[in-house]
Design a protein. Structure first.
Length: 770
């Protein structure tokens, strides 16, 4: 059945002639829009300074090494000197190309040109056009070429997501070609693309299916772009092969296949499909990307516009319990904005622009420390959490890479146009648009979102009348007003639509837009008592002060259901508010979430009536105490069945079944199999091992738990609950942990039996231990 269907699908794609789709909203060239004074300009400047401080030779270290050349400088830290080596180089190329295209600053082009010339040298010294920085790449690709494909879900023959890394390098090369006008870059990308065609040329549909179980980034997008740049059909054919049927076929039919999936593995696949629709007009690509966007934004997204908890997606509209210090991976929002921008160009619906603003302002701007340009991996949304930023040279992650790009393109989605007939004003960011085709320059000045007043000034006489389509945000309550040269021109009480003002614009025309700004609440879809406060587009967070000492007690609000404007009052500083009489244990100061770079904060609150709170308080505090006690005793914890924590704890396994339940991963060692992983311990002990199990009805567990080779428990999990997650605590003898920093925990089924289904492990100091 399976291969037949794949063959049929491929035939359909190949038989349909490509029908390139016209864009209904066109972007301006990056050089046409300049940022003016404001937080986005500051963020851009911090990243630009950082990009110039990076040493390309350090990024090229492993590329040279794997091409048989001597590295010229030591490698950077974090994932660059782990399995994912090389992805940062691709992001760096893209970021420098973007920055050059925007500013014309030759220093960025020099960086791009240098990196490309070095990649040429790498290709020249190899026979095959391959550009890889990952250790052991040659062995793995030789195996793959022979059809020997193994994946534990997160790796390809032991290599960490190699196609993901290659996609970033392709994207960097294509940006270098298109934005930094480097013709060599396209030749390098083609050679590398030909390698990709060759290495996959013998693979059957079954091989592909197995290979695509491992994260492959946006290889379909990269190959589609290479096709667009060269016109060569072979790259389009390869793009089509990067199609993960398990996830994409249900989405194409309008079924949500995302719960329990690694979020950022999926989003780039959809960006690629959106791009393929533009190039080929394939209707199922469009349908898939639209359904995906709506599902992600309406069913899986937090108030700040980010998604995922511990990198994974849970059940649709079940977000209120999915709040942790590892919510909202920043790459996900980088990719969602890329997708949203594309979908807006295909069909300029205001929902896209509204989402873009939400995520751009409340997540992307929040994700950068403006002092030094460093960026977040996760954007914590648990009450009392705070942000961790990357380091200029070490601790690099995927989000450090996408973070290089994020702040070089704050100006790319402010304005769009339809020929010279309509101008979309989507984002309200101080900026200047140069639009020679229409004969005008337009300057936008505003303190938005501090207030809702925006002023647009026209310089030059327009060649013909055009419509200025001003976004009336979906969240706005009240009337949007537009005045031209001091006179009332248009108004709308219909938020979530564009307000169009068509005129023959003349030099000096002044357009004043007034967007009604007010406090409002948004509620969790699965718990309407869990709320977040916003002012206009700005997510507000309670500022819980510096990150010192024990976590503050979890705050709740006892508002008795009164309107937010009655209990949240403006303070003297713009966008600062103080709760009045409703905070428990005390009142709180709220500030824009995106500005709370260093302090602890709370975004979501439980909202009670006085009577409810009197009932709930004891229970609430007891649960808080239980969690706090566990957290303060925790020495180490990991989630099982998820890529990053398993890597961090060096999980190894044989014959494991990896699945999900209720949006969370778990792993079961089957008959003859095992798993083991490293956990930190308190060398002075005593320690307990807390294992989180999924009550799996499929298995009758019978297994042993060993710590550093010593059996600490025999377990059958008899009488334990089914179909939910639960914890079991095991004492670890002090003799096993004495004087050690770390131990190996091994889960080993008895002969012909299976182990329990594990979704987490935690080492805690035993209760009552000093
Ligand atoms: Zn990331």
């Amino acid at each position: 059945m399976l291969p037949l269907c794949v063959a049929a699908c491929l035939t359909v794609h190949q038989a349909t002639p490509a029908r390139p789709q016209p864009m209904k909203a066109e972007p301006f060239p990056l050089s046409a829009v300049q940022l003016l004074e404001g937080p986005f300009q500051h963020a851009n400047q911090a990243t630009a300074r950082y990009l110039l401080s990076i040493d390309p030779d350090r990024l090229l270290h492993s590329f040279r090494k794997h091409s048989g050349l001597e590295p010229k400088a030591p490698i950077y830290g974090g994932w660059e000197n782990m399995g994912l080596a090389g992805h940062s180089l691709g992001h760096y190329l893209s970021a420098c190309a973007l920055e050059f295209a925007r500013t014309g600053d030759a220093r960025f082009k020099e960086k791009v040109d240098y990196v490309v010339s070095e990649l040429v040298a790498c290709q020249v010294s190899r026979p095959d056009g391959y550009l890889g920085a990952m250790p052991d790449g040659d062995r793995v690709w030789a195996e793959v070429k022979r059809g020997e494909i193994r994946t534990g879900g997160f790796d390809l023959n032991g290599l960490w997501a190699p196609w993901y890394t290659h996609h970033k390098v392709f994207a960097g090369l294509l940006d270098a070609h298109q934005l930094a006008v480097n013709p060599q870059a396209l030749a390098v990308a083609k050679k590398f693309g030909d390698w990709a065609i060759d290495v996959t040329s013998n693979l059957t549909p079954e091989h592909w299916e197995r290979m695509l179980a491992c994260e492959y980034g946006g290889m379909n997008e990269a190959m589609a772009d290479l096709y667009a740049a060269t016109g060569e059909q072979k790259y389009l054919d390869l793009a089509r092969k990067f199609y993960d049927r398990r996830v994409l076929e249900p989405l194409a039919k309008g079924e949500n296949s995302l719960p329990g999936k690694h979020s950022n593995t999926q989003i780039p696949k959809i960006v690629g499909l959106a791009r393929l629709f533009e190039l080929t007009g394939e209707e199922s690509d469009r349908k898939t990307s639209l359904f995906f966007w709506e599902t992600m934004v309406f069913d899986h997204t937090y108030v700040i516009g980010g998604n995922s908890n511990h990198e994974y997606l849970g059940l649709p509209r079940q977000l209120s319990e999915a709040l942790s210090s590892n919510t909202a991976e920043t790459c996900n929002t980088y990719n969602m904005l890329r997708l949203t921008r594309r979908l807006f160009m295909q069909d300029p619906r205001i929902e896209y622009a509204d989402y873009y603003e939400r995520a751009h302002l409340n997540h992307i701007l929040a994700s950068q420390n403006p002092a030094n340009g460093m960026v977040t991996y996760f954007m914590p949304l648990a009450s009392g959490s705070s942000r961790e930023y990357s380091n200029p040279e070490h601790a690099w992650t995927c989000c450090h890479g996408t973070g290089m790009e994020n702040h070089t393109k704050h100006s790319d989605s402010i304005f769009f146009h339809q020929g010279t007939d309509r101008l979309f004003v989507n984002l309200f960011i101080p900026s200047e648009l140069l639009w020679p085709e229409a004969g005008v320059k337009i300057r936008m000045q505003t303190r938005y979102p501090e207030d809702g007043r925006i002023e647009l000034t026209i310089h030059g006489d327009a060649q013909q009348p055009f419509e200025m389509a001003i976004r009336h945000p979906g969240w706005a309550e009240g009337t949007l007003e537009v005045r031209v040269n001091g006179m009332d021109e248009a108004r709308s009480s219909d938020p979530g639509r564009y307000l169009g003002v068509r005129r023959h614009w003349r030099d000096g025309d002044r357009i004043e837009v007034s967007i009604p700004m007010a406090l409002r609440l948004e509620r969790m879809p699965d718990n309407d008592r869990r709320i977040a406060a916003l002012y206009g587009p700005v997510v507000l967070a309670a500022d819980l002060g510096a990150r010192r000492g024990a976590l503050p007690r979890t705050s709740v609000l006892v508002t008795d259901g009164r309107p937010v404007a009655e209990w949240l009052r403006p303070e003297d500083t713009p966008l600062s508010f103080r709760s009045v009489g409703v905070g428990r244990p005390g009142d709180l100061t709220f500030r824009p979430f995106h500005t709370l770079h260093h302090n602890r904060y709370a975004v979501y609150f439980d909202d009670f009536t006085e009577a409810q709170w009197q009932q709930a308080e004891a229970e609430y505090r007891a649960e808080e105490e239980r969690v706090r006690d566990l957290e303060t005793r925790t020495v180490d914890s990991m989630r099982i069945g998820e890529m990053q924590p398993e890597r961090d704890h060096n999980l190894r396994s044989d014959r494991n079944d990896v699945r999900q339940a209720n949006g969370r991963g778990f792993r079961t060692a089957m008959a003859g199999g095992w798993m083991e992983f490293e956990m930190k311990v308190d060398p002075n002990g005593p320690n307990d091992l807390v294992l989180t199990y999924w009550g799996n009805e499929r298995v009758r567990p019978d297994f042993e738990i060993l710590v550093d080779g010593t059996r600490i428990a025999e377990e059958r999990l008899a009488g334990r609950p089914a179909n939910r997650f639960y914890d079991v605590t095991y004492q670890v003898p002090t003799t096993v942990t004495q004087g050690k920093e770390q131990v190996v925990v091994r889960i080993q089924p008895r002969a012909n039996m299976w182990a329990g289904s594990l979704s987490g492990a935690r080492i805690v100091r035993s209760k009552g231990a000093p």
